[in-house]
Structure formats: C-alpha cells, structure tokens
Design a protein around this ligand. Sequence first.
Ligand code: FAD
Length: 416
Amino acid sequence: MTKEFVDVLVIGAGPSGCVSASYLHKNNVKVKVVEKTKFPRLVVGESLIPRVMDHFAEAELYDALNAMNFEKKLGARFIRGEEICVFDFSQKFGEGWDWTWQVPRADFDNTMAQEVVRKGIDLEFETEVLEVSFEGKNSKTIVKDKDGNLKEIHAKFIVDSSGYGRVLPRLLDLDTPSKLDPHSSIFTHVKDINREEGEEGTQISFDILETEVWLWVIPFSNGNTSLGVVGPTDFINSLSENKDNAEALRNAIQKSDYYIKRFKGTEFLFEPVKLENYSRAVKRMYGDGFALTGNSSEFLDPVFSSGVAFATESGMLAAKLYLKESQGIEVDWEVEFTQYMKRGIAVFTTYVQEWYTGNLQTLFFHQPENPEVKEKICSVLAGYVWNEENPFVKKHDHVIANMAYLLNMQKEQSPE
Ligand code: FAD
C-alpha cells in the first residue's frame, strides 16, 4: 500500500474543510484534503450569513468567490400571512460585514475547492476515508481512491470536516442525540420564470406556514431559486400520503399565500430531496490529534442559516489552534475550541428553540418595530454571536422569552 506523510489531513472539501486547508497552507503547513465525491456535488445550505465573509477573507478564498457574481444577500425577510419583517444587515448592532451571498452550493463549493487546488494544495477528489487509527496524536488513515486503490496517509493532525459523512464521530463512537426536537426538510431548485424584477424577485425569504413550519425561498443569480419546506418530522411526513417528496413540496407551496402564484406548477429541476431529522451533536469536539469541524460536529437547524458559518468558524479555529500547537505553544482545546464554539452554538440554539416556540416570531412581527431591539437581533442573525456587548447575545437564554411574554401581556390587555 502506498504511504503519504503530511502535517494535517483534512477530511471533506466543503466550506469547513476548504477554509481550514487554505488557512493552513497559507501558513506553510503541509496539508492534504481528501474528498469522497466528484465536484460539483449537490449539497444543501444556500443562505449564508455575513460572519462567513470574515473567514473567506482570512482564508484568502474571498476573491475567487466574489468573481462568481453570486446573488448578494443584504438581509433576510420573514413573512407571516400579511405581516412582514425585514432585517437589513447594514442596520445591525456592532461591527461586522453588512452582506454575504445566497448561493447554489454545488457551484459555490466547487469554486472554493478549485481555488484550493489552484493554490497548490493537494486535494484528492473521489477519495474516501475508510479507517483511521491513532497512536498518540499521530494518525494513520486508510483511503480508497476512484480506481479502488488503497493508500495510507500518515498525519500529525486530522481536521474532520466530513459533514454528514461524520467520519470520526462514527469511527470513534462520538455521536450523541441533538437537544433539538426532530425536524425534517424537503427541498429542490426551480427555474424561477415568474420572478419579479428587482428586490422582490431576489429577496431571500422565509414564509411561516404554521408556527413550526416554514418555507424557504432563496433566489440565485443564475435565475434559479431554491425552495424548501421545514417542520417537525411528523408534519413533513404528513405532507404526502404516498411519501412522494415532489407531491409533499407542492402541497407545502400551496399553503403559502405569498408565493403560491410565483411557484404554482413550476417545474422542479431535480427530484426534491428529503433530509430527515437533520440535527446532529457529538459527545466531544476534539481529541488527541484531531478536531471535528462543521457538520461533522454539530448541526442545529436551517432557520437562521448558521450551518456554513459554524462550519467555517470551527474549520478556521481548528487550523489556528493546530498552528499554535505546532509552534510549541500550549493549547487548551477544551477552552479554546470546545467552549468557544459552544458559546456560539448556545446562542443559536436558543434562537432556534425560541423560533419554534413562537416567541421570536412575536418579537419579529411586533408593531411598531423597536429599532434598538431589531439591530441587536440583526447582529445575531448576521452570525456575530460571540459579541457579548450585545445583550441579545449575552442574555440570550432569557431575553427573548421575557420580551415575548411582556409583548403578549401587553396585547392581551390593550383594547383592540
Ligand atoms: P459539507 O458541506 O457537507 O461537506 C462535507 C464533505 O465531506 C462532503 O463534500 C462529503 O462528500 C465529504 N465526505 C463525507 N464523508 C467522507 C469520507 N468518508 N471521506 C472523504 N470525504 C467525505 N447552512 C447554511 O449556512 N445556510 C442554509 O441555508 C442552510 N440550509 C440547510 C437546510 C437543511 C435542510 C439542512 C439539513 C442544512 C442546512 N444548512 C444550511 C447546513 C449546511 O448544509 C451545513 O452546515 C454545511 O454544508 C456544513 O459544511 P461542512 O463543510 O461541514 O460539510
């Protein structure tokens, strides 16, 4: 069996793996990426949030991505019947990027991966990790390439960015049930032939069909739009008696007063994909000689589009901590990696949970709007969830529930 020796092996060439690999390479680390599939490949996660731009800039992937003219995302619109709430990232509390992109991930991830290759990083497509064993921090990984050849890769560190492949969580028995209720989704892309001109046509939107059920509408600059329905698994399963994903998604679109006209009868560009019980969690996020990043560690919920941002945040952080350790500086992975990531995850977990209780929706749609509250929530939605100067970060565990309670009381007491 052929043997290769690298400093860092990155498993998976999604956003987490590419950001990590690119940052390591920039800092003269010998890094290799193995990716199971051939790109472009289909993957969900098309609505980004501004925090990712910090990572793409730092990993020097921004220019290549920017050259692709993906649709700019300046904010997000939430719709509930006739009520509308628009967040504008330029109106957020604190520092940070004011915009990001909404992207067909096949093209987006392919652009990133090709840029990684162009930089001279060894990225092997159609190469699957089969086994990993550790001796102290050193690892030996067995991979199978597209011709079926087996190879040994010896690494001082592994960044596991394998997404739902969950390579190390599976091999090391690190999976644990998510704290979130079981939710599922069905999605596809359509040729958006009825798209209105201007902002109405390109605005990314989340249409609330019932408190716990929502439809995403993510228009791309190539004229196509991503449509997906999300809700409790039982509800998603009840959308089609025959378990037909296309029928289920059409039935969901029927429930949207706002979008029914635009998407009625529109041809689906591929058979809608169902992702059942998509939330994931792990018992621990690192170990001797490895770190879990992106979806390979935790995935919460698509409602606030935090997935890619956590993937790039953790990929970047794992790379930085490896670099620090390789320079002989002691790293406390528990504090510097797990606890840091968990702080951000905790904030978004609260927002996801309070979305599905309806409390956050009470705040979003309350009239008149309170600009001071809105800018702080907007900063969270932009992904700046480590900014403890923001009370909607620092006191996330009670501020939303308390405010919603007060607003509901006020409504009950005020005469119509
Ligand atoms: P991925 O992008 O999944 O990449 C992992 C890569 O690892 C893959 O290319 C895979 O082929 C490779 N791999 C797997 N196994 C192996 C192996 N054995 N050997 C080698 N390679 C392997 N996030 C957002 O930010 N915005 C959204 O709007 C959004 N919507 C979502 C909607 C739904 C319904 C769901 C379920 C998720 C959504 N997400 C969203 C989350 C988003 O999809 C992920 O968080 C993001 O793709 C994670 O990136 P990653 O780099 O960790 O993994």
